[in-house]
Design a protein around this ligand. Structure first.
Ligand SMILES: C[S@@+](CC[C@H](N)C(=O)[O-])C[C@H]1O[C@@H](n2cnc3c(N)ncnc32)[C@H](O)[C@@H]1O
Length: 259
């Protein structure tokens, strides 16, 4: 169900998260975002945590900082963001230097499997990051340890269906070294780490709507022709995999209860 392979900073920065690729993703997802639904989805997810101003949140795999900036600016939260990609973090910190949020947002390099503080956070938030993590047992144990009692875990992630994978989906996952689980497997993994009130929702229908809207935006964008065609192809393939039921999108919430 889980394995100990580890994706490294070098792998991310030399393949999926080259600076040019990050900027292309940002042109699709919207300013400061590298995940489906961009700012609109982030607002919805942050609101779900129902945290009061001043609450301390860890944004795991903060990317360009979009969610962290929204949490600070629009919800009054104090945010630590960590990311394993140095390319991503350099761009994020450039944004932080100019957007006036440095008093409430700290973005630094880090691996979410190596968090070094216990009972630190009121909430852990993560958007489409855990697909990169192979050792999910260690991941959820580490996150559990970093939350304060009563702390909330909320994340979205790419998931897979429970039926066997076709050749195309296997190649897609292997190329990126993703490690995907079904929504049900994820709920079991989160529960096994000690979390309670674990809820997993399959939000693939929403993913399909987002991908279709992205495709319209890509078509209308001012990107150069070759880039536009490449992104369109990649998005159409994602849509096909979703509609075939292989590629799914999950939303998970859980609580660290107890004293
Ligand atoms: C799809 S991007 C999402 C970025 C951001 N959460 C957003 O919503 O825009 C996935 C991010 O996870 C980061 N990541 C991957 N493995 C990580 C790890 N072990 N620890 C911390 N961040 C990681 C990547 O560098 C990348 O920035």
């Amino acid at each position: 169900m889980t394995d100990s392979r580890q994706v490294t900073q070098d792998f991310l920065d030399s393949a999926q998260y080259l600076e040019t690729s990050i900027l292309q993703y940002e042109s699709v997802y919207g300013q400061d975002f590298v995940s489906p639904g961009g700012r609109e989805m982030a607002l919805e997810m942050i609101a779900r945590m129902a945290l009061g101003p001043g609450a301390h949140v860890l944004d795991v795999g903060c990317g360009l900082g979009g969610s962290a900036f929204v949490m600070a600016r629009e919800f009054g939260l104090k945010v630590d963001g960590i990311d394993l990609s140095r390319n991503m973090l350099a761009l994020a910190n450039r944004k932080l230097q100019t957007n006036g949020l440095a008093a409430s947002v700290d973005l630094r390099w880090g691996d979410c499997l190596e968090l070094d503080c216990s009972d630190c956070y009121d909430a852990i938030y993560s958007r489409d990051v855990f697909l990169h993590i192979h050792d999910k047992v260690r991941l959820f144990t580490t996150l559990w340890d970093s939350l304060r009692p009563g702390g909330i875990l909320l994340f979205t992630d790419y998931c897979c269906g429970s039926e066997s994978w076709d050749k195309d989906f296997k190649a897609y996952v292997e190329d990126r070294s993703y490690c995907l689980h079904s929504v049900v497997e994820y709920v079991d993994l989160i529960s096994a780490a000690g979390f309670e009130r674990v809820i997993g929702e399959d939000i693939s229908a929403r993913f399909i709507e987002i991908l279709e809207a992205d495709l319209v935006r890509i078509g209308e964008s001012a990107l150069e022709q070759a880039t536009r065609v490449k992104l369109e192809q990649s998005w159409l393939q994602k849509l096909d995999r979703c509609k075939a039921g292989h590629h799914r999108w999950g939303l998970f919430t859980a609580v660290k209860t107890g004293a």
